[in-house]
Design a protein around this ligand. Structure first.
Ligand code: 9MR
Length: 390
């Protein structure tokens, strides 16, 4: 596929299009000067003008009443390649919360019995501290991130369980140490358990097999014992889109709440597509998880546009549908989740090509194109954050 033709109409910003955009912006600025404030059209990038031509709001965090996050890696943060300088510029402009895409997962940290390598996570925390960003820890226990040695561990189940207890306690305590200027831990929260459910059933995993039926409760208790302030999340996919899975998760949460198992939040991974979930699904999904009273994290947001493999490049029409879906997600999150439960929205990547679901260039699920230019999706997301109904 010819990458330069990913977007058929407005994108990407090749030189020719940059010139056209400059002309459009010039015409728009002239129009703005001649309009009364009531008639003022909304510029495509940035927000309303404060009167002297400077947009009063420009970047995503300025439009949102809650934290807006994206993912990082220690290696990208350390790199000063042209791409990574651009990535960091956008990160610091548009976002105020970060999650390690992979660096703080068990497979990356847990090197052997009672042997932890926190160095990548430490580098991320140092960067966050220096730049005033919040870090959301991801993820302490996930069936897909287990180091090989642990899978093959020959000790008893009791010894296995002790290794996990130590891992959780040591890791949570370690990352709670670095404080921001207000004295709060830079790592404000953790996904303690990721994807415990497989549909509506408890997933069979190394942890369920070796630690018994109550292992999920123990994980949260150990995390709480390690630190009393860090927010503890359960994180899973299809929470918004599939009501039966949501019900299974809500039963678990309710069981936790009635039995004093510590839990502060639900992470609803938003790996969705341009048509699904529907508006009603999104409304019901956010409403029902918000009814728990817990913090709600709209985590891992990406929106595929080619789930049925029916396009070979991102068409203008599909880009607009994606934009509308981003807007719905951000708008209904802001509208339905009570303010004091809004932990934030985290987007799962920057450029389309960086996404876990780019699939060799056959889907374009993120906010920026491969040149880091904002897509229509960016505008939709920003407008949703701004409280504009889709
Ligand atoms: O985006 C992540 C990708 O780079 C990794 O290869 C993969 C396996 O560790 O995990 C991806 O992120 C997953 C997240 O940690 C948990 N929910 C599903 C995400 C997409 O697979």
């Amino acid at each position: 596929m010819c990458k330069s033709k990913i977007y058929t109409h407005d994108y990407p910003m090749n030189t020719q299009m940059k010139i056209i955009k400059a002309i459009v912006l010039l015409i728009l600025s002239i129009t703005l000067i001649h309009c009364s404030s009531e008639e003022m059209p909304k510029p495509s990038f940035g927000g309303p003008s404060d009167g002297d031509g400077t947009p009063s709001k420009q970047y995503l965090t300025e439009f949102a009443a809650f934290p807006v996050g994206n993912i990082v890696s220690a290696s990208k943060l350390a790199s000063n390649s042209e791409d990574n300088l651009k990535f960091k510029e956008i990160l610091l402009n548009d976002y105020n919360s970060i999650t390690a895409e992979n660096d703080m997962k068990m497979a990356n940290i847990f090197r052997g019995p009672d042997n932890y390598d926190w160095s990548d996570g430490d580098a991320i925390v140092a960067y966050a501290k220096a730049n005033g960003l919040r870090v959301h820890g991801h993820a302490l226990v996930w069936h897909s991130s287990i180091p090989g040695w642990l899978t093959n561990y020959a000790g008893t189940d009791e010894e296995f369980s002790k290794l996990i207890e130590n891992y959780i306690k040591q890791t949570v305590a370690h990352f709670a140490e670095e404080k921001d200027s207000l004295g709060n831990s830079v790592v404000a929260s953790w996904d303690v358990l990721n994807e415990y459910f497989d549909g509506t059933s408890v997933r069979s995993s190394l942890f369920s097999q070796r630690m018994g039926a109550d292992f999920h409760k123990k994980l949260f208790q150990w995390a709480r014992e390690a630190n009393s302030d860090v927010k503890l999340f359960y994180n899973d996919y299809n929470v918004i889109g599939i009501s039966s899975k949501r019900s299974a998760i809500l039963s678990m949460v309710s069981d936790f709440q009635s039995n004093n198992i510590p839990i502060d939040g639900i992470g609803a991974q938003v790996h969705i597509n341009y048509q699904w979930p529907t508006i009603t699904d999104i409304q019901n999904g956010f409403q029902e998880i918000a009814n728990t009273g817990l913090l709600i994290h709209s985590s891992e947001l990406d929106i595929t546009v080619n789930p049925n493999d029916d396009i070979s490049e991102l068409t203008a029409e599909r880009a607009i549908s994606q934009s509308v879906q981003f807007q719905r997600l951000a708008f209904y999150y802001g509208e339905i989740v009570p303010k004091n439960q809004q932990f934030g929205i985290t987007v799962w990547g920057f450029r389309d090509q960086d996404s876990w679901i780019y699939e060799g260039g056959t889907d374009w699920p993120l906010l920026y194109d491969n040149n880091f230019e904002p897509k229509p999706a960016y505008d939709g997301f920003r407008n949703g954050l701004d409280g504009q109904a889709p």
